[in-house]
Ligand binder design. Structure first.
Ligand code: BGC
Length: 736
C-alpha cells in the first residue's frame, strides 16, 4: 500500500475501529478457542463481537494452522479487511532453542546472537508470527530478580551490541522478506532494576544513572531499526512506565525520533489502577495514551473509553490517528495487506523447525555460552587417564528440562547424560539417579538423595560429574528469589562425593548467578551451564571432553553472598574506596564479614589454553603532543602460552579519573575475540573514540578533557593499565 492509501484507509475508519486496532488480545479473548499460552493473569476478558471484528493484533498464537484459521476468519469479518498482526515471545529460539540470553551474553559474540535470532525468526515466521517481543534490553544487576535470565547482563556496552545484533537477526534487511520478523524491544524502561530484586517492584534511579547505564541498550536496538517498543510494568521516578511521558514522549519520540508503535506490557494499562496512578479505567486509558502508548496489551480500556476521552477533550483525534497510522504502517511494512499469512505454512514448519542445520548452530552457540569457572586440571576429561569410570549424578544429569524459560511450546532438549553418551562410550559412564530436583514453585525445593550413603555408590570412579542447580521454572518472570544457594541437599551431595575422595566436576544449571561460594572448595572444576537450550547436553559434552575449548566469559558478576547484591563491576567510585594501603582501616567502603568484590567478576572465564597479556601501548602517549594524530589507539600483546588452541576475549575498560559527576570505577568500552593457536601471539588494537569517553550529564552527552585510565585484560579485575591525558581537540580529526 502507498502512504496515501494508508491515510485513506485511516480516514475511512470509525473511532471504534481505531480503538480496536489499538488493542491486542489472546485469541480466546476475542472469540477463538485455540489454546495459546497465557503469560500473565487470565482476567476472563471477552470483547463485544463488533470490537472483535476489528481487533488489531494477537498475542502468542504459536502455530501456522491456528494463525491461518484466525486470520481467515478475521478477514471475513473485519469491515476494512485489515490483517491481524501476530506477536509472540520468541526470546531465545522458537522450536530450536538457543541458550538463554544471559548465557548468550557470555558468548560476547554479536555474530552468535544475530545467528540465533535469525534462525528464531525463520522458525517462528513459518508458524505465522510477525513480531517478536525481543530483545529484552533491560540491564540487570540483581540476580534475585528472576528475569536476569532474559537479559544480556550487567554491562551497557555488551547489552547494546547484543541487542542491536539481535534486532538485525530478527529483522534481516527487510521485515517483509520471507523468514524475517519485526523486533519489539522491551521493557522500556529500567525494568531490570526492581528494588530488592522483587518482581514488578519499584524502580528508583537517578536520571544520570538511567541515561548512562540503563537506556543505552534500548537505544542501540532502536538505532538498529527495531520496529516496536514495549513499555515496562515498573515505575520510573514514581510514574509507571506505561504512563510515563518523559520516557515515552520526551525521550523515545522526541529525542530518539522513534516513530513506530509502542505497546504496553501485559495489562500494564489496567495496572495503573493498582499502582494508584489512575483512579479507574478511564484515567488509565487517558494517562497511557497521553504519555505515548499506542497499543494496549491484554486489557480493553482504550476500546471502552476512547469516545468518552475524545468527547471530554482529554485526548485529540490527531493523537489517535497518529497511533493507528503507526500500527497500519507496521502491517504494511510487513507486507500483510498483500499477503496476510506471510510465511505461515505447515510445510515450512516441518522443514524448518528443529532442522539439522538449526540444531548444529544451536550446539555451536551453546558451547560458546557456557563459562568455565574453576578447573584444577581435571577438565577436559581424559577418560583413558583416570582409573575406572566417570561418575554422573545430580538432579540435572539426565534431565531433558534444560531449555530455560520462555521456550514456546517445546519442553525438552538433549540431556547431559545423552550428550555424554554421544561422546564417551556409555560403558565408561557410571550414572546414578539421585531423583528429581525440587522447585520453589512446586513448594518442595529441596529433595534428598535416595539414600544416606549415596556417594558410596561411586566406588568404581575417581571423578564424578554432578549436574546441579535451580529448576528452570524458578527463573524468568515471577521467579524472584531471596536465597540464591543451591538447595541444602544438593550442597550435601557435592560435599559427600568430595569427602568420599572423588574429584567433583560441577555442571551448574541456572538462570542467574547463584551463590556458590560454600561449595567451590569441594569442586575440582565448575562449568556454568546456565540453560543452553535444545542442544545443552551435546554442547556440554563437547566442552567436558575437550572437543571444544570453553570460551564463555561472565556477562554478570557472581556474588559471594546474596547480602552483597547488587554487586556489579562498573559500580561508582566512593570517597573511601578499599585499597591495599587502607585494608586495615574500619572507615572504608566494604563489608566486615565478606569481600567487597564478587566471587567471579564480570568478564571472567577460564579456558583450556593459557593466555598471557603484555606490552600495553597507547598511541599517542600524550595527546597534547600528538595533536596531529587522527586517533588514539591502545594495543596489547596476547599470547597463548599453552599447547591448546583457544579463543580469548580481550577486554578494554576505561576509567574517567576525574569528571564533573562521579563516574564508574571502570566501564567496558570494547572487546575482541581472538583465536590463537597453541604458542601463538597476536597484537590486539582498540581505537579510543570520543564516544567512549563521553557520558550523560543533565540529559546531555558530554565530553570533558582530563585523565583516563586505559585498561586491557582478560576480565574486569585483571588488566594492564596506563593513564592518559586526553583533550577534545584531538578528536577534531576523528575519522568516523
Ligand atoms: C511480559 C512480557 C511479555 C508479555 C507477553 C508479560 O508478562 O512481561 O515480557 O512479552 O507478557 O507475553
Amino acid at each position: 500500500m502507498t502512504q496515501k492509501q494508508l491515510s485513506q484507509l485511516l480516514s475511512s475508519m470509525t473511532l471504534e475501529e481505531k480503538a480496536a486496532q489499538m488493542t491486542q488480545l489472546a485469541p480466546v479473548n476475542f472469540g477463538f478457542n485455540c489454546i495459546t499460552p497465557l503469560t500473565g493473569p487470565d482476567t476472563g476478558l471477552r470483547v463485544h463481537p463488533k470490537t472483535a471484528a476489528s481487533i488489531g493484533s494477537v498475542l502468542n498464537c504459536d502455530n501456522a494452522e491456528d494463525m491461518i484459521y484466525i486470520q481467515t476468519e478475521h478477514l471475513k469479518n473485519d469491515p476494512h479487511k485489515i490483517p491481524l498482526l501476530f506477536m509472540a515471545d520468541i526470546i531465545h529460539g522458537f522450536k530450536t532453542i538457543f541458550p538463554i540470553p544471559l548465557a548468550l551474553g557470555c558468548s560476547f559474540s554479536p555474530d552468535s546472537v544475530r545467528e540465533a535470532a535469525r534462525i528464531a525468526a525463520e522458525e517462528s515466521a513459518a508458524s505465522g508470527i510477525h513480531v517478536t517481543f525481543a530483545p529484552m534490553a533491560d540491564l540487570v544487576r540483581d540476580p534475585r530478580w528472576g528475569r536476569v535470565m532474559e537479559s544480556f547482563g550487567e554491562d551497557p556496552l555488551l547489552n547494546s551490541q547484543l541487542c542491536a545484533a539481535s534486532v538485525e537477526g530478527y529483522q534481516g534487511e527487510d521485515i517483509s522478506a520471507p523468514g524475517c520478523a519485526a523486533s519489539c524491544v522491551k521493557h522500556f524502561a529500567a525494568y531490570g532494576a526492581p528494588e530488592g530484586g522483587r518482581e514488578y517492584n519499584t524502580v528508583d534511579i537517578s536520571d544520570n544513572v538511567l541515561r548512562n547505564s540503563y537506556l543505552p541498550a534500548y537505544r542501540a536496538a532502536i538505532d538498529a531499526g527495531a520496529k516496536m517498543v514495549m513499555t515496562a510494568f515498573n515505575t520510573v521516578d514514581l510514574v509507571p512506565s506505561t504512563a510515563n511521558k518523559k520516557l515515552l514522549s520526551d525521550i523515545l519520540r522526541t529525542e530518539w525520533k522513534f516513530n513506530s508503535p509502542v505497546i504496553s506490557d501485559y495489562n500494564s494499562v489496567g495496572e495503573l489502577i493498582e499502582h494508584g496512578a489512575a483512579k479507574d479505567g478511564y484515567e488509565a486509558a487517558e494517562k497511557s495514551l497521553v504519555a505515548g502508548t499506542d497499543i494496549e496489551m491484554m486489557s480493553t480500556h482504550f476500546t471502552n473509553h476512547l469516545q468518552e476521552l475524545l468527547d471530554n477533550g482529554a485526548i485529540t483525534e490527531q493523537m489517535i490517528d497518529d497511533a493507528v497510522l503507526r500500527i497500519l504502517t507496521l502491517k504494511n511494512e510487513l507486507g500483510l495487506f498483500e499477503n496476510p499469512y506471510k510465511d505461515a505454512s505447515a510445510d515450512a514448519e516441518t522443514a524448518l523447525h528443529l532442522s539439522e542445520k538449526n540444531r548444529a548452530a544451536a550446539r555451536r552457540i551453546a558451547a560458546g555460552s557456557a563459562v568455565l569457572l574453576k578447573n584444577d586440571k581435571v577438565l577436559p576429561l581424559n577418560i583413558s587417564r583416570g582409573s575406572g569410570k566417570i561418575g554422573l549424578t545430580g538432579p540435572f544429569a539426565a534431565s531433558p528440562y534444560i531449555l530455560g524459560g520462555w521456550s514456546a511450546g517445546i519442553k525438552t532438549g538433549v540431556s547431559l547424560y545423552e550428550g555424554l553418551c554421544g561422546k564417551i562410550s556409555p560403558d565408561a559412564i557410571h550414572f546414578e539417579d539421585c531423583g528429581d530436583l525440587g522447585s520453589c514453585l512446586s513448594g518442595n525445593p529441596d529433595i534428598p538423595a535416595p539414600d544416606k550413603d549415596f556417594s558410596a555408590r561411586f566406588n568404581d570412579c575417581d571423578t564424578v560429574i554432578i549436574a546441579a542447580g535451580e529448576h528452570q521454572d524458578d527463573t524468568g518472570e515471577g521467579g524472584s528469589k531471596a536465597f540464591l544457594r543451591l538447595s541444602p541437599n544438593q550442597e550435601l551431595l557435592i560435599r559427600q562425593v568430595h569427602d568420599a575422595g572423588k574429584r567433583v566436576i560441577l555442571i551448574l544449571f541456572s538462570g542467574r548467578p547463584l551463590e556458590i561460594a560454600p561449595i567451590v572448595p569441594y569442586c575440582s572444576a565448575i562449568l556454568q551451564a546456565w540453560f543452553l537450550g535444545t542442544e545443552s547436553g551435546n554442547a556440554l559434552a563437547d566442552l567436558i571432553t575437550g572437543t571444544i575449548n570453553p570460551s564463555g566469559r561472565l556477562s554478570m558478576s557472581f556474588p559471594y553472598t546474596a547480602g552483597q547484591i547488587p554487586v556489579y563491576y562498573n559500580h561508582f567510585r566512593t570517597g573511601r574506596p578499599l585499597c591495599s594501603e587502607n585494608a586495615d582501616s574500619r572507615y572504608v567502603s566494604r563489608y566486615l564479614d565478606c569481600p567487597s568484590e564478587p566471587l567471579y567478576c564480570f568478564g571472567y572465564g577460564l579456558s583450556y589454553s593459557d593466555f598471557q597479556y603484555s606490552n600495553l601501548q597507547i598511541f599517542p602517549e600524550d595527546s597534547a603532543i600528538g595533536s596531529l594524530t587522527a586517533c588514539i589507539t591502545a594495543s596489547v600483546t596476547v599470547s597463548n602460552v599453552s599447547d591448546t588452541d583457544g579463543c580469548e576475549t580481550v577486554q578494554l575498560y576505561i576509567r574517567d579519573l576525574s569528571a564533573s559527576i562521579v563516574r564508574p570505577v571502570m566501564e567496558l568500552k570494547g572487546f575482541s575475540k581472538v583465536f590463537l593457536k597453541g604458542g601463538e601471539s597476536q597484537t590486539v588494537t582498540f581505537r579510543i573514540t570520543k564516544e567512549m569517553l563521553s557520558f550523560y550529564k543533565d540529559g546531555r552527552k558530554t565530553f570533558e578533557n582530563g585523565s583516563f585510565l586505559i585498561m586491557i585484560g582478560r576480565n574486569s579485575s585483571d588488566t594492564l593499565n596506563k593513564e592518559l591525558y586526553i583533550t577534545e581537540h584531538l578528536f577534531e580529526k576523528e575519522i568516523s
